[in-house]
Write a protein that binds this ligand. Structure first.
Ligand SMILES: [Zn+2]
Length: 288
């Protein structure tokens, strides 16, 4: 699933590309992807202009004129492809056909703009969605999710992090980091990387963390997410030539999916374990 850096990368790519474009039409062949009957959905979006592209947690929000908002979640295998005459922006799950052919057999929703360009929502497993709400309704929906703070916002300080940790003393640290009600945006990849950075085993209970470890975890969150955005995440980004390549941060990963390989820091062997239903990677020699 795309995590914060990947969704932020798509957001930036789309913001540079689609703001100001006017929607000419919409179509979808998958009822569960949208939250209104198709004819109604089509009628509402037709003629609307894109005002802004935003991100909250791992979700994208597109502001339309007339107080409407499109709310996207890519879930496990969703991919967004903007396709214009000269430019292509691809983000989300690496679906090869998304680069080579659009629309393709994984395309389940399509926005067509008045200049002939398109925004395609491709999804292999079809868990993703693009819902349409009035801005007030969307605000309520987001509030009901009780999301934690955005980790890169200025308001997310060490003391906020400590307060959050205090509420979940028995959580394993990786499980804590991945729960969006504690902090948003960290999934399996970046929670492993943050634990590695802080030299903390991912299965340590929160209450066992020492002051300096908490500080390192906090610094790790800010540093790793910022860097991953700079390198456009570990999935995909903005490609003029529409060639699929992994986001450059893939090469920067220190521990994630390095099972059995040598630890870059201490030379130990990277191990893995199941935690909260996910596979966690860590180095038992230098993560205590
Ligand atoms: Zn190590």
């Amino acid at each position: 699933m795309p995590e914060l850096p990947e969704v932020e990368t798509i957001k930036r790519g789309l913001a540079k590309t689609i703001i100001g474009k006017k929607i000419a039409g919409f179509d979808s062949d998958w009822k569960k992807m949208i939250n209104r009957p198709l004819p109604e959905y089509k009628k509402i979006v037709a003629g609307q202009e894109i005002k802004a592209v935003e991100r909250r947690a791992k979700m994208l929000i597109i502001d339309l004129t007339g107080d409407w908002r499109l709310w996207f979640h890519l879930k496990l295998t969703g991919q967004l492809v903007f396709s214009g005459k000269k430019k292509k922006v691809v983000g989300g799950h690496p679906i090869k056909e998304g680069f080579e052919k659009d629309p393709n057999r994984f395309t389940h929703a399509t926005f067509t703009f008045t200049d002939g360009s398109h925004l395609y929502f491709n999804d292999v497993r079809k868990f993703g969605w693009v819902r349409l709400y009035r801005s007030g309704e969307l605000k309520e929906k987001l509030e009901a999710m009780k999301l934690g703070p955005e980790p890169l916002a200025a308001g997310f300080t060490l003391s906020v992090f400590k307060e959050r940790l205090k509420k979940k003393p028995n959580n394993k640290i990786k499980v804590f980091l991945m729960d969006p009600q504690n902090i948003v945006g960290l999934g399996n990849i970046y929670s492993d990387e943050v634990c590695f950075f802080a030299r903390v085993r991912p299965d340590r209970p929160v209450k066992s963390l020492k002051e300096n470890e908490i500080k390192l975890l906090f610094q790790g969150i800010k540093k790793i997410l910022t860097e991953a955005i700079k390198y456009e995440g570990t999935s995909f980004s903005d490609y003029v030539n529409a060639l699929g390549e992994a986001g450059a941060y893939t090469k920067k990963l220190k521990v994630y999916q390095r099972f059995g390989q040598k630890c870059f820091r201490c030379g130990g062997t990277v191990k893995r374990m199941k935690l909260g239903g996910r596979t966690s990677h860590f180095c038992p020699s230098c993560q205590k």
